[in-house]
Design a protein around this ligand. Structure first.
Ligand code: ADP
Ligand code: MG
Length: 390
């Protein structure tokens, strides 16, 4: 059905979403701003997306009745969550347009299949080995140590990962993960990390957002910095290479919708793909405030069959993630509400909170985007915001 020509879904009609986290919430905001109504299928009772959606279908991702209700209401469905069962996307596709397609999501939600796919496009990934049994670790190349063992499925924000100095540690970590399929990657000397968000319509038209430079803490994104494109020099070359790889990946997956490719830039200057997210990405949140069209609006436009908007960056931007940790001023369980007014006293700061009831350490609660005339100003303002939020 996806290949066939179709009439765009007009604003006023319903769009469907699987998953109810913050990405879904921001999708709702963007789709509603275009005039759509959004139905969210989310097993959680009061998730960030369900609380702003026009309808919440409170059901498991594989609940037949819930999926049928979604398909009845919506001519097009997307996902904000890569771990939704590919089978659910497949069964929905019999009734309505689904983007991204189950086959693309199936590749990306399994690190073993994902790495094989990327490598098959001729794009470099980290040295790694698929680990399906202890024997795979016993035989793994010595060059993969020290390494990181990652569960092949369902990991996020550094969860389901263990740094392993030796083969013995890797075996212990594999047992710890319950012997589920994993990937063992060499621990690389990173210079920095970058990411590219790309949107691709059903007609194959693509738009690419500016490259974000990302800093992670404890495996969780902390800061994304987005500068106006470098015109020359090594940064421009890297950005161009990253863009070409992201495009090849989107085309290779025959991808429809919004996708993000995360890259490692090694100390020796080489660019490797880390992973693909089949959805808008945390490192693309800056696009809400700093681009002509946000990544979430592109997601709505792509699934509705509307033309994609300009991804153009209006000004340099810095995004700071807000984790639940800042609710805890010390090592105890005592909480205090962050000083939002102090953060917003920086006029270039745009605050986004996801409405999560409970602040937990390591939990993504919101983000702040600083949009300023120059990168120097953005950095100075970001320091003030960070200081205000402690
Ligand atoms: P997640 O699915 O949790 O985002 P990633 O595989 O992207 O998992 O890992 C999270 C972060 O951990 C990366 O962004 C990077 O900072 C670090 N990391 C992951 N793999 C490696 C590696 N092979 N070498 C060095 N750092 C790594
Ligand atoms: Mg990642």
């Amino acid at each position: 059905a996806d290949g066939a020509a179709f009439t765009p879904i007009a604003p006023g009609d319903w769009l469907g979403l699987l998953g109810g986290g913050q990405l879904g919430r921001m999708f709702c905001h963007a789709a509603q701003s275009l005039g759509y109504k959004v139905a969210v299928l989310d097993p959680a009772a009061d998730g960030p997306a369900a609380m702003v959606a026009d309808r919440h279908i409170h059901a498991a991702y594989d609940d037949e009745q819930g999926l049928a209700e979604l398909a009845r209401l919506c001519r097009a469905v997307t996902t904000e969550f890569e771990n939704v069962p590919a089978q659910s996307l497949r069964s929905l596709a019999a009734h309505c347009r689904v983007s991204p397609a189950a086959d693309a999501v199936a590749v990306v939600q399994d690190r073993i299949a994902e790495k094989a796919f990327i490598a098959a496009q001729g794009i470099a990934v980290a040295p790694h080995a698929a680990v399906r049994a202890r024997a795979d670790l016993e035989q793994a190349d010595e060059a993969l140590f020290p390494g990181i063992l990652k569960v092949a499925r369902l990991g996020y924000d550094g969860k389901g990962q263990a740094r392993v100095a030796t083969r013995a540690e890797a075996l212990a970590a594999f047992d710890d993960f319950g012997g589920v399929p994993c990937v063992l990657e060499a621990l690389l000397a990173l210079d920095h990390e970058i990411s590219v968000v790309i949107a691709r319509g059903f007609d194959g038209a693509t738009v690419m957002f500016p490259v974000a430079r990302n800093v992670h803490r404890d495996g969780i994104l902390a800061v994304s910095t987005v500068a106006l494109a470098a015109l020359s020099g090594p940064d421009a070359q890297l950005e161009q290479q990253a863009g070409a790889s992201a495009l090849a990946i989107a085309q290779g997956l025959d991808y429809h919708g919004v996708l993000c490719v995360e890259f490692f830039v090694l100390r020796d200057g080489r660019l490797l793909v880390n992973e693909i997210a089949p959805r808008p990405h945390n490192s693309g949140h800056y696009s809400i405030d700093a681009c002509v069209t946000s990544q979430f609006e592109q997601q709505a436009r792509a699934m509705a069959g509307l033309p994609l908007g300009s991804p153009g960056l209006l000004a340099p931007a810095i995004m700071l993630n807000i984790l639940g940790d800042i609710w805890y001023p010390d090592a105890s369980d005592a909480q205090r509400e962050p000083d939002w007014a102090a953060a917003l006293a920086v006029p270039s700061a745009k605050l986004h909170l996801y409405g999560k009831r409970e602040a937990r350490r390591g939990r993504k609660m919101g983000h702040v985007t600083i949009v300023a005339a120059t990168m120097a100003q953005a950095r100075a303002d970001a320091m003030r915001v960070a200081a205000a939020l402690g």
